[in-house]
Design a protein around this ligand. Structure first.
Ligand SMILES: Cc1cc2nc3c(=O)[nH]c(=O)nc-3n(C[C@H](O)[C@H](O)[C@H](O)COP(=O)(O)O)c2cc1C
Length: 200
């Protein structure tokens, strides 16, 4: 099984979160993780172009989206990628894959949740299944999920450095996506190997 993590970063905080997610996800031995960083060079005349990346994403079982919060939403570079994903949307090539998201901001409440809301909308347009958190009242040890957001990872990084609690939250998201992927695989694999493919 294959998890793809795709994100944009300028100052590196989002990259630190992506790396913590990957470390959390890799605990499951049968899962491979690929991370992709969107760069300005991928955007030509305003259009994100990267055919081989989209082939990789088409073959992933889960895609985890990340962007810093810019003006209450994803950064323009991430949005250029999201707009280019409309080609995959036309054929619903990502339908049924798991999805999750992460973001950071320099303000405590800098509308990071709006960014996660956008990422969830993107995933839903693609027919993907969103994996949020499963924290109850007693699950905030060590400041994990210190902002109490259930949609995904919210980080606060005023000094350009990810906080250890937010890295722990990101690590947990990676674990959660990979364990959900393993669970789905366990449940569906025997059924899928016995059945004819369902025509769409
Ligand atoms: C153009 C721009 C807009 C930003 N808008 C917000 C915002 O709406 N809310 C917020 O909390 N931080 C905002 N920030 C701060 C970044 O989200 C923050 O510095 C983040 O940690 C950068 O992530 P990175 O290190 O991965 O690039 C903005 C920064 C820039 C450059």
């Amino acid at each position: 099984m294959h998890i793809a993590i795709i994100y944009f970063t300028k100052g590196g905080v989002t990259r630190q979160l992506a790396s913590a997610i990957a470390q959390g996800a890799i605990n499951h031995s049968n899962i491979t993780i690929n991370t992709y960083e969107i760069t300005g060079d991928d955007i030509v005349k305003g259009r994100f172009r990267h055919a081989s990346l989209f082939s990789e994403l088409d073959s992933a079982d889960a895609i985890i989206f990340g962007s810093p919060t810019y003006m209450g939403s994803v950064a323009a570079q991430f949005k250029a990628f999201a707009d280019a994903s409309s080609e995959a949307w036309c054929e619903q090539r990502w339908a049924g894959k798991l999805a999750a998201g992460f973001t950071c901001g320099s303000a405590v409440n800098g509308e990071q949740t709006s960014t996660l809301g956008y990422l969830m909308t993107l995933a839903s347009q693609h027919g993907m299944l969103w994996v949020g958190f499963d924290f109850g009242l007693d699950n905030f040890e060590g400041g994990v999920n210190r902002f109490g957001c259930s949609l995904g990872v919210v980080a606060h990084a005023p000094e350009g450095q990810a906080h250890s609690a937010d890295l722990a939250t990101a690590n947990y998201l990676g674990k959660r996506v990979s364990s959900q992927l393993s669970r789905i695989n366990r449940v569906t694999r025997p059924i899928l190997t016995e059945c004819e493919p369902i025509p769409r």
